[in-house]
Design a protein. Structure first.
Lengths: 142, 246
């Protein structure tokens, strides 16, 4: 159950369709006519994928365990796919990551940025890298 | 006055919701989108009814409604979704099957063993990808009733029950849909069978026998067994392309 590739927005002047994920076992993009704009991500989504807080179901981070809530499906689908990854020994684990998770690993993004936080000043590049070439394996006998 | 208000509320319910309250069971086939009205009606149940007699069994909210919503998500709005549910419990006279006497020793006077089969959720759904999914959740219960007479002359009946849950899912694929054995095999407790029919269709069956004591994880068990059938076919690459316009 892998996520199908993101479809580009409806080309031309045709009606804008909802880009949200639809389905549980048979995954696909929603494709219903878009009704409103999510103020957080700016995507146009249909009514079914708009939560009570007016955010789209992907931006709405509330964990919703009320089965009668319209946005329950989105949260439960993610939770179930995580559960399935434990049943099948982790091989489907990566399919449960969403776009936000993957963005953190993009060059220049998240904590991997050169100037950000904990990695700044670490001797992992430049001259310090020469240590690895000198034959010193960096291990010290005690 | 209080009871009168609840009785009026009962009359206003969705017909299937009312049947579920009064008989704890229903069986019907409706277009997928029309089940939303039942889910909406059930959502207000706790708020509307407080009498013990009118309470719904937990399985309605923890299993039946989630399964409905999951299948609706995978169906076109007009595709038929057939649901048969019976939440009365397994130990009822009409679900009793085989029965036999047990050999007993004093102080037991007699013993009887009854077996019950309770298919409490049976579903048939035509999915968006053209396949037909059938799901059955069956509780099997063994009940032993031992009649004992104590020295003081009191007669007591001891009843012990042991139950198991069988989850069976069948997916009939449309003609020509490719099937491939998934790389990580199914866990040991989950059996899968693939059958190639003469008419060119492939039928995938998955079944598992799980603990019936754990109702909290019943939904997970059901969806894990059902989900196994979808690992045997490649994911759809095109989005929102309905099989047929209804």
């Amino acid at each position: 159950m892998t996520t199908p590739p993101m479809q580009p927005p409806t080309p031309g002047n045709g009606p804008v369709t909802c880009p949200m994920l639809r389905g549980f076992f048979v995954l696909g993009r929603c494709g219903r006519p878009a009704a409103d704009v999510c103020p957080s991500c700016g995507r146009r989504v249909c009514r079914e994928h708009l939560g009570s807080d007016r955010l789209c179901v992907e931006c709405s981070r509330r964990v919703n365990d009320d089965v009668y809530e319209p946005t329950w499906m989105n949260d439960y689908r993610s939770a179930h796919h995580r559960h399935m990854s434990t049943v099948y020994g982790g091989d489907t684990w990566y399919s449960s990551f969403d776009g936000d998770d993957r963005d953190a690993f993009e060059p220049g993004g998240g904590d991997w940025a050169a100037a950000s936080g904990d990695f700044e000043g670490d001797d992992l590049d430049g001259d310090a890298g020469g240590d690895w070439d000198s034959g010193d394996d960096g291990l010290v006998d005690s | 006055m209080f009871w009168l208000r609840q009785r009026r509320a009962l009359k206003r319910l969705h017909p299937l919701h009312r049947q579920l309250v009064e008989e704890q069971r229903f069986s019907t086939a409706l277009p997928s989108a029309e089940w939303t009205a039942l889910v909406t009606s059930l959502a207000a149940h706790e708020r509307e009814f407080s009498r013990r007699k009118l309470r719904l069994f937990d399985r309605a909210a923890t299993v039946v409604v989630p399964v409905l919503r999951v299948l609706q998500e995978d169906m076109e709005p007009g595709a038929p979704l057939q649901v048969t549910t019976d939440l009365r419990g397994a130990v009822t006279s009409d679900k009793r099957g085989e029965s036999r006497n047990l050999e007993v020793r004093p102080p037991a006077k007699s013993g009887r063993e009854n077996f019950y089969t309770d298919p409490w959720l049976v579903v048939r759904a035509e999915l968006r990808d053209g396949s037909v999914l059938e799901l059955a959740v069956v509780e099997r219960v063994r009940e032993r009733r031992i009649l004992k007479k104590s020295r003081s002359g009191k007669t007591k009946i001891k009843v012990k029950t042991r139950s198991a849950r069988v989850v069976r899912a069948t997916r009939r694929l449309p003609k020509g849909m490719p099937v491939a054995r998934p790389a990580p095999p199914a866990p040991d407790w989950l059996g899968v069978r693939v059958q190639q029919k003469e008419n060119g269709r492939t039928v995938l069956r998955a079944s598992a026998k799980v603990s019936a004591d754990d109702d909290d994880h019943a939904l997970e068990q059901i969806l894990t067994v059902t989900g196994e059938l979808f690992r045997w076919t490649p994911p759809r690459t095109s989005a929102a392309t309905p099989r047929r316009a209804r």
